[in-house]
Each structure stands twice: as C-alpha cells, then as structure tokens.
Design a binder for this molecule. Structure first.
Ligand code: FAD
Length: 457
C-alpha cells in the first residue's frame, strides 16, 4: 500500500528517516502542503517564500532521479493529508517531528485521524533529550550545550533510500501557481546572486567551508571575512541534517571545528526553549517589559520613522546600516552584526524587540521561529538568561573591534572613500549624503537606562 511522506522543513532525501521508513514499507508519495493559515502571524515571509520555492524545485529534481515526484497541495495540512490518504488509499503518513506550536497542533490532530508515524532527525538531539539533575529541561545555553555534547555519540547517516512509485500519481498543484516568488517589483536579485537551494548546493558550500573551518573560532566574528558556513537557510529548510554536518566535521580537530559544533547546538538549544515556552517569539519571558519599557505609539511616542530608518539602513551608524542593507539585499546578515543591529533597535531606539523579530521574519532566508525568537530575547535581555538589558552594546566600538571597515565599504558605498579609521564613525563634514546619527550613543544609553529604572519601579 502507498505510504505518504509529509514534508515540511526537512526537504532532503539523505538522512531523512521518514523517507527511509516509508520506502521500506511500500511505494512512496512525497507531499508538501502549503498551510499559511496554521502559522498565522508566522506564515513564511517574503524572503523565506522565495527560498522555499527554490528548495522545493531542488527536491523535485532529486526526486526525479528516483523516478519519483513531489505532490503539492495548499490549505489546511490536516485536511489535505486526510483527503490525499483517502484518494490514494495510503496506509500511513510518515513525517519528521516539528516543534513550532502550529505543527505540534497539526501532528496531534492528524494522529487522531490517520496512522501518523513521526521520526526525529532535524536536530542533533530531540528537544527534551537532555535534562538537568532534577529531570527538568535546560533553560540556559551553556549547561545545555555541555550536557548535549556529553550525550552525543556520533551519528549513523542514512543514505538516500530507493523509492518506488505508486501505480498512479495523485493530482498536484503547480509550484508556479503558488506565487512564492516576487513579481513586481522583483526584489529578489540579491537573493538569486547569493543562494542556491538544495542538498547538493548545501554540501558544496559546506565543503568549501571545511577549507577554512580551522579559523572559524576567530573569523566568525569578523563581518568583513566570509568566515562562517552560511548553512542557515539550508538547515532551516532541512536540506541537510545537522547530523550530516556533525559527522563530516568529525575528522577535524581544530578549535574552529569544536566551536562550529557548539554553534550548531545553539540551534538545538533554541528549539529546546520553544518546546518549553511556545509563545517565546511573541512575548517577553520576563514580566514588565512588554507593557512598560518600550517607546509606544499608544503612549504618544512616534516611532514609525525611526523603525523605518532602521529597516532601510539609514540610522547614521555605519555598522548597523551595513547589516540592515545586507539583510535587505541578500536575505542574510552576519551573526555579529545581527547582534549589533538588534541591540541598536531595542536599546538605542527603545523599540519593542518584537518589531525587529517581525522584520527579520520577513526578510531573512533563514527565518526560524525558534532561532529568531530566542536570539531576539537574548539580545534584549527579556528572556530566560540573566537580565542583560542594562548591558548596552556600543555599536561604534564594536565596529572597530571586529574590524568592519571592509564590510561597511561593501554595503554602505557612499562611505567607501573614508579611511579604515574614519569609516566607523564619520565626522559630520565627511558624511556627504549619508544620514546624521539618529540619536547620539551617550544620550541613547542614558535614555535606555532611565526607562529601564522607571519600568522596574
Ligand atoms: P555559522 O556560524 O556557520 O553556524 C552554523 C549553524 O549553527 C548556523 O547555520 C545555524 O543553524 C546555527 N547557529 C549558529 N549560531 C546560532 C544562534 N545564535 N542561534 C541559533 N542557531 C545558530 N539563525 C537562524 O537560523 N534563523 C534566524 O531566524 C535567526 N535569527 C537571529 C536573530 C538575531 C537577532 C540574532 C542575533 C541571531 C539570529 N540567528 C538566526 C542566529 C545566527 O545569526 C545565524 O544562525 C547565523 O548567522 C547563520 O549564519 P551561518 O550559517 O554562517 O552560521
């Protein structure tokens, strides 16, 4: 009897347990259901939709090598899968487990109606697999990372399974009818330059990264250097499993390789937080912030033009603007600069971190419910970690410290003529068309600290 493989953020054939198990049980019908309504405010944003289109095309090519197809359906995932099971007489639905709240609900509902078989595999360890001495899930990264490292004992990577086709293929939408790509204006030129979706493209990128991984521990902090793996959209859409990267890395013993593994565990950690606090990306974990601290249009603050200046890279802080323009152009931003730009929004502009989360959600090709929410609350000091709000990052010294001159030249070309020394904080008469600072650093710092004291009282 046919077996349905329900695909979500696991768009690969290698090391994909749902495919392997389904292929062992019978002919395989792979299906992707575009279910925007279930995710509500977290339905995929523009950049992710663009990437999803490419990723589904890449999977279709990989399936074609096996004389198989990808069936596309749109609507409520539970209803669509039940319909498909009835149409095809499928015996079971196989899927990797996902933890976004809407997917947990859908998995629960589907279990009541069909034979749903769920497998692990999009994280190094399933969330909740490591616990504290008292059996609680971890809230803080470092002990979580140490316990996970102790628990990981290498991985067996599953090869692509041989797929057999059903006697007849059910009807499928056509991908182009889903309109995942922008039409007018076509803003995706920068994305096309930067990204090639799919498992083979991801592994090629990873292979070139392995040539420089020994410097990763230092270079990952330098925005002017291509020192990180840029695997994040590939990991988000599950074109590669983290276990595949972990295993390929196991031949490398440098400090860079060690740090890379611990960064992969950040991804597991974020999911571990979401499993405990499903609303984390939409609500501060600590009380008192969401109502009191941020400047708020309901209390007469005008923030719209400042939010727009931040989104468009016009704050007058070159490192922040370089990052925001890189994001808009290519759908990705360097991690160090994500921290600086996020901190600037929250502390210098005193704007609710959730505005930043929304913007990143719409513009990142790696936008991820867990990683985005957890990192925004981490930067804002509103989350499960010790309170960091009063530690206010100085963007100009960060820019110097991490040697961002070349990066600023690339993304803020109107400052390209300035020297390495001047470019981080150009004098007023050297700015030309580049905007003046939206707020001074000292003034912003004092405003943030006093707003914080007031909100606490
Ligand atoms: P590498 O340095 O090569 O790291 C390898 C992989 O480890 C990454 O691809 C990613 O999957 C994982 N990883 C590394 N750092 C982190 C981290 N801090 N948190 C979670 N996973 C991590 N990452 C996302 O994947 N999606 C997001 O929506 C996202 N939003 C962010 C928002 C803010 C405000 C900040 C500060 C960080 C955010 N990150 C997010 C984390 C991080 O910036 C990116 O994962 C990283 O820049 C991706 O580039 P890379 O693949 O070259 O990373």
């Amino acid at each position: 009897k046919p077996q349905i493989v329900w695909l979500r953020r696991d768009l690969r054939l290698t090391d994909q347990r749902a495919f392997t198990a389904a292929a062992e049980a019978g002919p395989v019908i792979p299906v992707y259901v575009l279910d925007d309504a279930a995710a509500k405010n977290h339905k995929y944003g523009g950049a992710s939709r663009w990437y999803l289109h490419q990723s589904l095309e890449a999977l279709e090519r990989d399936l074609a090598r096996h004389h198989s197809k990808l069936i596309l359906r749109r609507g409520d995932a539970v209803e669509e899968l039940c319909k498909l099971a009835e149409e095809t007489g499928a015996q079971a639905v196989h899927a990797l487990r996902h933890y976004e709240p809407w997917w947990r609900r859908a998995q629960g509902a589907l279990k009541d109606r069909l034979d749903l078989k769920l497998y692990d595999g999009n994280y190094l360890l399933p969330p909740g697999a490591v616990t504290t001495g008292s059996g609680e899930p971890y809230k803080i990264y470092t002990p979580f990372m140490k316990a996970s490292l102790a628990a990981i004992d290498g991985f067996d990577i599953l090869p692509e399974p041989a797929l057999s086709a059903p006697e007849t293929w059910p009807a499928s939408d056509s991908l182009s009818d889903w309109n995942l790509l922008p039409t007018k204006p076509d803003w995706a030129g920068g994305l096309r330059e930067e990204w090639q979706a799919g498992t083979s493209a991801a592994m090629e990128r990873f292979d070139s990264f392995l040539d420089v991984v020994s410097n990763y521990d230092e270079d990952r902090n330098l925005p002017a250097i291509d020192g990180s793996s840029k695997l994040s959209p590939h990991l988000h859409f599950g074109e590669v499993s983290p276990a595949m990267l972990w295993e390929a890395m196991s031949r490398y013993t440098s400090e860079g390789a060690r740090v890379y593994r611990s960064e992969l565990l950040w991804r597991d950690y974020a999911q571990n937080v979401i499993c405990q606090f499903p609303d984390y990306p939409v609500k501060s974990y600590r009380d008192g912030y969401d109502d009191g601290l941020w400047r708020n249009p309901n209390r007469g603050h005008v923030i719209a033009s400042e939010l727009e200046a931040w989104q468009q890279g016009r704050t007058g802080y070159p490192i922040v603007d370089a990052g925001m323009r890189q994001l808009w152009h290519s759908g990705w931003m360097h991690n160090r600069v994500r921290m600086i730009a996020a901190s600037f929004l929250v502390k210098h502009l005193l704007i609710d971190w959730r505005e930043g989360e929304r913007w990143f959600w719409d513009t990142l090709v790696d936008a991820d419910y867990a990683s985005n929410g957890v990192n925004w609350q981490w930067v804002s000091g509103t989350g499960v970690d010790s309170n960091m709000f009063v530690r206010i990052m100085a963007p100009l010294s960060q820019s110097e410290k991490f040697d961002a001159a070349g990066y600023i030249r690339q993304w803020v070309p109107e400052l390209a003529h300035l020297s390495d020394r001047e470019i981080h904080d150009p004098a007023d008469d050297k700015r030309g068309d580049y905007p003046a600072k939206i707020i001074g650093h000292k003034e912003a710092r004092e405003r943030a600290l006093s707003a914080y004291r007031e909100a606490k009282d």
